[in-house]
Design a protein around this ligand. Structure first.
Ligand SMILES: Nc1nc2c(ncn2[C@@H]2O[C@H](COP(=O)(O)OP(=O)(O)OP(=O)(O)O)[C@@H](O)[C@H]2O)c(=O)[nH]1
Ligand SMILES: [Mg+2]
Length: 248
């Protein structure tokens, strides 16, 4: 299993950013904009990392945990909470050097068929066409494993993965499993990950948080730790950005 990040590819741990710095970088996250459709999103020319997965898998919660902010993304016990693509900017001193995207979940039974189809279309368009998309984090509840829709998503992004799109399968809610169960599902998922990274994660126990922050930092800074350079902000909204997330 490899990533395209020099540090991860070479396995030289000295090349890795200090997890504290990676966490500090994640903490800079701020709301950028929200959109119901791909063509309403601003053009972004910094790396964009999308959080995708089944409804209720823990996408919004993991964004809040990674960014150490309680309510940046809307999380809820009720599945189907996120209904827009919500973008968050990352970068120190207000200089955006990456964007996180929180996407609505799929597979929520109580949604009407037409809504489901509309969302699957918006999501697939986003995953296949969004130019700034450089990495996908697929969240999966390990008690359910990779579902048919997760597999369909992995198939849809495969051509982009072959062209360098990175992906991470994040096994969420690790706190619901014993250590032995975690080890087992981790090794099974790694076998099926097809070139992607796999990590266990618990928002409740803060498990895997530093490690994922470090990975996302390296994915967003392929030039590495030593240069530390940040390009100027590169976000050009096509439409005026609303000041707060739409009700979702
Ligand atoms: N025990 C436990 N519960 C979690 C964890 N992460 C998320 N949850 C819970 O799972 C539920 C769903 O979390 P969300 O983050 O809203 O899930 P989502 O994937 O964004 O859902 P949609 O927006 O509907 O697609 C909430 O009740 C969270 O508190 C975790 O690590 N451990
Ligand atoms: Mg959500």
């Amino acid at each position: 299993m490899t990533t395209n990040s020099p540090a991860f590819a070479s396995g030289q741990t000295s090349d890795l950013i200090d997890p504290k710095l990676a966490m500090g970088w994640m903490h800079t996250a701020r709301f950028l904009t929200t959109a119901a459709q791909l063509h309403h999103l601003p053009v972004v020319d910094v790396p964009e990392i999308a959080f995708v997965g089944r409804s209720n898998a823990g996408k919004s919660t993991s964004i809040n945990t990674l960014t150490q902010q309680k309510q940046l993304a809307f999380a809820s016990k009720k599945p189907g909470r996120t209904q827009h693509i919500n973008l968050f900017s990352l970068g120190k001193q207000g200089v955006t050097d990456a964007v996180l995207a929180d996407l609505p979940g799929y597979g929520y039974a109580a949604v009407s068929r037409s809504d489901k189809e509309r969302w699957q279309r918006v999501m697939l368009n986003y995953l296949m066409q969004r130019e700034s998309l450089t990495a996908v984090v697929l969240l999966c509840d390990p008690r359910l494993g990779l579902t048919e829709l997760d597999e369909a998503l992995l198939n849809a992004i495969r051509p982009r993965v072959e062209n360098g799109l990175k992906f991470l399968i994040l096994l969420t809610k690790a706190d619901k499993l014993t250590r032995a169960e975690q080890a087992k599902i981790l090794s099974i998922t790694k076998l099926n990950a097809g070139g992607g990274e796999v990590r266990m994660f618990s928002a409740l126990k803060k498990q895997g948080v530093d490690d994922v922050a470090q990975l996302l930092w390296h994915w967003s800074h392929p030039e590495g730790v030593n240069t530390g350079k940040t390009e100027p902000a590169a976000v050009a909204p096509e439409t005026p950005a609303p000041t707060k997330p739409a009700e979702d």
